[in-house]
Design a protein around this ligand. Structure first.
Ligand code: FO1
Length: 328
């Protein structure tokens, strides 16, 4: 059975007096795909029952500012202020960046004005001695978000891309500047070996009724979270209560380089390949209808399978997907 204890659920009066059952859910999340799913999840259950463990492998210092792209993407999305691009703030302007460009400074990473405010605040608070956990919580509460959002670690873990040409790239250089055009020979998580999970991460995994691995890039987004010593082991102990949504549909990712990176870590570029990477930590895989024929292959790995529509065109689609997962 997927849910460890029905007794842990709490009932509360929802809109129009409906009684809704809330679940304590912990979700592992990367950027845009995860955030869209999480918006649906917080609509399908109570947002204060959701804890998000966010990837910080993409973090970077740009122009002296500490950027945490995946934490911000999740925060802006759950706050309802995210831009249509999936990152940044809707309606934001580029005055500061244009001014920097006049001084000959590289502007390939589009930091817009209000978004810069977030990065200035984060950098300022970190310099004052707050941890990334505390800063992320300040941003989340200030934006009126009910879900908990915690970084995977307060220690610097940085994703590095090793190219077939022998270069080592910073993540955002590979992802944004070069539009993930490199042939990738390997992916490393610098600092992971000596990092520790941020406060609350292991507790959120241990106490959740269900743990969801969002439809994020398994190599670049979920990989760094699992590289923090102790996290993968803690999730493996909850395997029966873990559900992962494949970000690969019919052999392709909706966004980003997930399909080309799976073979780099020895996995097939299919939903079954994703399942293979998660087989030790995940009891149930959610496949898109387009991959129904892969269900048997995934079941052969000892996993249960839910086949449904996983493409989220609208928040209502995301809510429906979340509801089907909660109904498991
Ligand atoms: N993604 C882009 O494709 N181009 C950008 O210029 C860009 C700027 C940016 C600024 C702040 C931020 O928080 C995110 C930003 N992203 C941008 C998204 C980000 O690079 C990636 O989507 C994530 O790192 C991968 O999840």
């Amino acid at each position: 059975m997927i849910l460890s204890s029905l007794a842990q659920r709490t009932n509360f009066a929802g809109p129009e007096g409906l009684s809704i059952t809330a679940f304590r859910i912990t979700a592992l999340a990367g950027g845009v795909g995860a955030a869209r799913f999480l918006r649906g999840l917080t609509m399908a259950t109570r947002d204060d029952e959701v804890t998000v463990i966010g990837n910080t492998g993409d973090d970077s210092v740009m122009h002296g500012l500490h950027i945490s792209p995946d934490l911000d993407i999740v925060s802006y999305t759950l706050a309802g202020i995210v831009d249509d691009a999936g990152w940044g703030i809707s309606g934001d302007t580029t005055n500061a960046l244009e001014q920097m460009g006049r001084y000959g400074i590289e502007t390939w990473f589009t930091l817009k004005d209000r978004d810069i405010g977030t990065h200035m605040a984060r950098t300022h608070l970190l310099a004052e001695g707050l941890t990334l956990t505390e800063v992320t919580d300040r941003i989340r509460t200030s934006l009126g978000i009910g879900a908990q959002i915690i970084p995977m670690s307060n220690d610097p873990v940085r994703t590095k891309i090793l190219t077939a040409g022998g270069e080592v790239r910073e993540f955002q250089e590979y992802f944004v500047k070069l539009r993930h055009s490199d042939v990738v020979a390997g992916v490393e998580f610098d600092g992971a070996a000596t990092s520790t999970p941020a406060p609350g991460v292991l507790e959120a995994i241990e106490s959740a009724e269900m743990i969801i691995i969002s439809p994020s890039n398994p190599v670049l987004s979920i990989g760094p979270i699992l590289s923090v010593p102790g996290i993968r082991q803690a999730i493996a102990r909850r395997r029966d209560d873990v559900v992962a949504i494949s970000p690969i549909i019919a052999g392709s990712a909706l966004k980003g380089p997930a399909a080309t990176l799976l073979p780099v870590v020895g996995a097939e570029a299919t939903a079954a390949g994703v399942a293979g990477l998660y087989r030790d930590i995940c009891g149930t895989m959610v496949l898109d209808k387009a991959d129904a024929a892969r269900a048997e292959q995934v079941e052969a790995l000892g996993m249960k399978v839910l086949v449904t529509q996983t493409i989220m065109h609208t928040p209502a689609d995301a809510k429906q997907l979340a509801k089907e997962i909660l109904d498991l």
